[in-house]
Design a protein around this ligand. Structure first.
Ligand code: 6CS
Ligand code: FE
Length: 293
């Protein structure tokens, strides 16, 4: 059955190993996502799966290539990009049916991995991600045609109120793609880095202005979904989100997969950022079932 393309309506015929019932979202979960722009899937992956993934994190973070982005003080790794294409276990994770099937339900079509990364947000050193929308980056930098993408954040550490949980303004995705403040040039500490680095650093190129945040939060407030390792946070490409610096003794490693609709892939001629930031491989993902890391 491995690699067999399974139509969503048949997925319940294939109970997942270690996964009760179908991998599909319930109507209530789909409604929550549509309304709030995010959905937390509590402990979607089993502890044994999480341990297998965590056993590869040090390899990924120890690598030195242009896919590795450091924090401004250069003392800690901030992110490693392209993990689905360069690390077998993180490639297998990206294709897990437990992720792929819910994402296909939400995006209503065939999907591929647009971008993947490991965000480490190290203990005491991990820096912030200011308030922003992701789609601004993919529209402005990669000419992604429409806001038909989402990101699945797979928690590889427990995420608590201490170690820099992601903050979300519920429902802000329904405001569409808002005007952003734009910061031009490479931030301090990245003077010799490539021009795309301000998309990825704590001093970010496109951030949401305070007046937008004030009006968005007046009604909706802010949530910070927390959960045990193995949980997965799905969030829309237009949701306003941020995360604070990690001042705690606890690391906060997350594997993030941005999935895009195959029919929403930017035209290759428009792409100037490297493949590990905007994948050129737009073939539809074939979901993998069972214990396949
Ligand atoms: O530029 C990008 O593709 C990345 N930058 C941010 C701030 N979020 C989305 C994405 O990971
Ligand atoms: Fe983001």
């Amino acid at each position: 059955m491995e690699n067999e393309v399974v139509r969503a309506d048949r997925v319940s015929d294939f109970p997942m190993m270690g996964c009760e019932g179908s991998v599909l979202l319930s109507d209530e979960q789909k409604r929550h996502y549509e309304q709030h722009g995010y959905l937390l899937l509590d402990q979607l992956f089993l502890p044994a799966d999480v341990e297998r993934l965590r056993s590869h994190v040090l390899d990924v973070v120890s690598e030195r290539s242009e896919r590795t982005v450091f924090e401004a003080h250069q003392a800690a790794v901030r992110s490693v990009y392209g993990i689905h294409a360069h690390h077998r276990v993180f490639g297998a994770l990206a294709r897990q049916a437990k992720l792929v099937m819910p994402v296909r339900q939400i995006l209503r079509g065939e999907i591929y991995v647009y971008q993947s990364k490991l965000n480490t947000k190290s203990a005491f050193d991990g820096d912030q991600w200011p308030w922003h929308q992701d789609y601004v980056y993919w529209r402005n930098e990669d000419s992604m045609p429409a806001a038909r993408a989402l990101t699945a954040a797979v928690f590889l550490d427990d995420i608590t109120e201490l170690n820099g949980p992601m903050m979300i303004i519920p429902g802000s995705h329904r405001a569409g793609t808002l005007a952003s403040d734009t910061y031009e040039g490479n931030p301090q500490g990245y003077e010799a880095a490539p021009a795309w680095i301000p998309n990825l650093t704590a001093k970010m190129k496109y951030t949401l202005p305070k007046d937008s945040l004030v009006s968005l939060t007046r009604e909706a407030g802010i949530v910070a979904p927390k959960g045990r390792a193995g949980s997965v946070l799905l969030f829309d490409c237009n949701i306003a989100h941020a995360s604070p610096a990690n001042l705690s003794h606890l690391g906060r490693t997350i594997a993030l997969y941005t999935y895009n609709r195959v029919d929403n892939a930017p035209s290759e001629s428009a792409l100037h950022r490297p493949d590990f930031l905007v994948s050129r491989d737009t073939r539809p993902i074939v979901p993998m079932f069972g214990d396949s890391f």
